[in-house]
Design a protein around this ligand. Structure first.
Ligand SMILES: O=C(O)CCC(=O)C(=O)O
Ligand SMILES: [Fe+2]
Length: 242
């Protein structure tokens, strides 16, 4: 069987998720958990793709770049069906939130309804390399706080799916977000995930309503040290890379 088939390509019923609750959580905290977006079989199928180099355009060893410890690989086009399907199905649900956030932040960029149209915009600007990725961590690995910005065009929300089961496959390795508020200390948040859960979060900035209109907070995400075992993640970023 080829690798794509093994990744159980049935796309989850993304439209029937509770998008108003997700939007509320994103507005309140800059992140929202989507429980059980993928099945255990889908998670295992995706994690099993990691050694198949033909599916990827590049491999990054985080320690070589000061990004942390562990490694990740960016998928090549064409993406595996499940990854492509998730990217296309989730994007239109996030567009109204992204457009509303930009309006609140005084940014005049608006996003088209279909992901293919946004990708054309990226590609015309020279951002042509796919950004969905698989990450792989072992004991003592971690991912430094960062922002996945790859050029001028940025879709302001992204998704990560935990492919491993905490407690069974690994310990530690928590998904961490920080929010840097203007002239204030940063606010940390640990997002608790089970295998198959997704977290939707702000790539770079989000609006927070204050007494005199909205202000911008700057977000970063990362992963705390894996204490034991192995942890895999699927990252879905909606803009392509230069
Ligand atoms: O492994 C993780 O949970 C973090 C993944 C990540 O940095 C990303 O998807 O952009
Ligand atoms: Fe990231």
């Amino acid at each position: 069987m080829n690798a794509q088939l093994q990744a159980t390509p049935d796309i989850p019923d993304v439209q029937s998720l509770d998008w108003s609750r997700i939007a509320e959580d994103l507005d309140a905290r800059g992140n929202a958990v989507v429980p059980a977006l993928l099945s255990a079989a889908q998670c295992d199928g995706l994690a099993d793709l990691y050694p198949r180099d033909a599916l990827f355009r590049s491999r990054v060893v985080m320690g070589r770049h000061g990004f942390g410890r562990g490694e990740y690989k960016y998928f090549a086009y064409p993406l595996p069906d499940l990854v492509a399907g998730l990217r296309e199905a989730v994007y239109p649900q996030l567009v109204p939130i992204a457009n509303r956030w930009n309006e609140a932040m005084g940014i005049d960029i608006r996003y088209p309804d279909r992901h293919a149209e946004f990708i054309e915009r990226c590609h015309r600007a020279g951002q042509q390399r796919p950004t969905p990725l698989l990450l792989q961590y072992g004991a003592d690995d971690y991912n430094c706080l960062h922002q996945d910005l790859y050029g001028e065009h940025v879709f302001p929300l992204q998704v990560a799916v935990l492919l491993s089961q905490p407690g069974r496959d690994f310990e530690g390795g928590e998904f961490v977000l920080t929010e840097q508020r203007p002239r204030m200390q940063s606010r940390p948040e640990v997002v608790s995930l089970q295998q198959g859960d997704a977290v939707v979060f702000a790539v770079h900035q989000r609006p927070v309503r204050g007494t005199r209109g909205s202000y911008r907070v700057n977000l970063r995400h990362g992963v705390s040290r894996i204490r034991r075992g192995h942890r895999h993640t699927l990252g879905v970023i909606f803009h392509d890379a230069a």
